[in-house]
Design a protein around this ligand. Structure first.
Ligand code: AMP
Ligand code: ZN
Length: 112
């Protein structure tokens, strides 16, 4: 999508601090970290949110979860939270599928 912030980050048109990259996805540090470790994992193709995952693209989502597990293990993260906000009420501000990966502090439940 030409006017999508995360498509532009995936294309390298807007800079990011990369944590991991392959042909399918990109992980980069969140610009406003909510924990000592806070990165986002996005598909390189434009999917608006979790609600846009279907039989045709669910392999991308599965791959992203493999990447989350791999990067977390490489970073020695034993406890972490994976969050994806869908829609305005849940707090989604960027309409391109992304998974927040947060770690390094005590967390509460339920989330706000
Ligand atoms: P959400 O509000 O769940 O849609 O998450 C969007 C996230 O993107 C927020 O945590 C923002 O801090 C983060 N964000 C926005 N712009 C950038 C950027 N240019 N680089 C890195 N993270 C960003
Ligand atoms: Zn996009």
């Amino acid at each position: 999508m030409s006017d999508c912030l995360f498509c532009k980050i995936a294309a390298g048109e807007i800079p990011s601090v990369k944590v991991y990259e392959d042909d399918i996805c990109l992980a980069f540090n969140d610009i406003a970290p909510q924990a000592p470790t806070h990165f986002l994992v996005i598909p390189k193709t434009h999917i608006p949110s979790v609600s846009g995952i279907d039989a045709g693209n669910s392999g991308v989502a599965a791959h992203i979860f493999e990447v989350i597990a791999k990067v977390a293990a490489e970073k020695g993260m034993e406890s972490y939270r994976v969050v994806s906000n869908i829609g305005d009420q849940a707090g989604q501000t960027v309409p391109h599928l992304h998974f927040h990966v947060l770690s390094g502090r005590d967390m509460t439940w339920p989330p706000g």
